[in-house]
Design a binder for this molecule. Sequence first.
Ligand code: NAD
Length: 458
Amino acid sequence: MQISVEKINSPGVLQSVNPSNGDIVWDGMASTKGDILRAAENAKDSFPNWSGRSLSDRTDILKKFAGILGNHKDELAKLISLEVGKPFWEAKTEVAAMIAKVDISIEAYKERSSEFYGGKAATRFRPHGLVVVIGPYNFPGHLPNGHICPALLAGNTVLYKPSELAPATAEFVMNCWKEAGLPFGVLQLIQGGPEPTRFLVNLPEIRAIFFTGSSHTGKKLAQQFAQKPGMMLALEMGGNNPLIVDPEYIRIIEGAHQIILHSSFLTTGQRCTCARRLIVIESTKSPAFIDTLIQKTKNLKVGDPFADPPPFMGPLASISCLDRVMLAQQDLLDKGAVPLLLAESTNPGTGFITPGILDVTDIQNIPDQEIFGPVLTVQTFRTVDEVIQKANNTPYGLAAGVWTDKGSRIFNLTTKLRAGVIWANTYNKFDPSSPFGGYKESGIGREGGLHGLSAYVK
Ligand code: NAD
């Protein structure tokens, strides 16, 4: 080990704050360099035993973990709602996805990584060794879990660095693994923000990094490891996702509006796949289509995650998340965006915000950035070719959607759009057997589904 044990400059206290009311949810310390070095040592020591165990042993522990998550599902969902402001009903769906991931990982391992014989050769897959999982805040349980489960099943040992906005959720999940009988050292938690993460990823023992987060951070990681081609780097990053609508050819207008609201504002706009750019194919029907959308957006219920009746949207995950969204909206307004409905911060000192819609059709240089919150931009264009060109004119390529009942247009649009996931007449629907990942600056990993497992072995 080359790196000496010393305190990180500002190790400090780490707190997670409830964005609904400012209460402290979790209070502790970020991991120090010493903690991280010890964790890496433990992980290295436990690798031979863990990877040497039979697949059925490891499978049993994963299944126990799923059972324990099931026993505590409401507690975990509550913690997610407290830490990141997700409505409780939605946090429960996140926990359900975590439980489902166990069986999907087991099935994917059998499909993709079982040894096979062809001619006189045997092909066997091996774990990487010590791997790092870095999580974002918007799905603090489900997204890291989506890497941890298959990585452990494949025999890797894992250092898990959750978002600094959700340390309590991570700690809870770790306790579930412990209760499931996961041996010491196989999965360890590193708490904190960018600083401990930078130290962690530079440890010489790390063989793979599974990162989910912004394109900004992902690109930094990619630059950092440009000279280490042997490092498996899976990057799941952001997007500036277009959703193309064709009001002239939409039979069920109500359904299209519902999908737009869900695609843009679910999770308070904090889904990597959220539609950010509504691109409208102009027709005599488009003004009325947009007017009704504005009215429906105004009616979305924003409220406390535990309110009864439940809200559609809770607060943004933190006050700094709110500040970023408000600044991005202001920037568009300064550049000439027409506010069709302004997003507004409703309770100072919390993350609560109402959804907004801005018409940016006439702005020349629209900043091509992901606004990670409930602000939807709208642009209207005359021809389908122009619409495709505008939709693809971005360094991102995570998700895209199309809504039209004209069959030839569905085909034309979906075949020409450049994005990892393309939905037609629906949005944000996921088939667990399909892989997930973006083009260009949205990602290089392919997680999920049966294909995803390839990343966790070599
Ligand atoms: P982020 O990039 O700010 O942080 C992600 C993680 O990286 C956190 O754990 C953070 O502590 C760590 N980190 C931050 N700066 C770092 C640095 N310089 N070096 C090393 N680690 C660093 O992202 P976020 O704000 O937590 O999450 C929101 C972003 O994640 C959005 O852009 C969203 O689109 C994206 N996202 C992508 C997917 C996907 O599957 N493609 C899924 C969810 C979220």
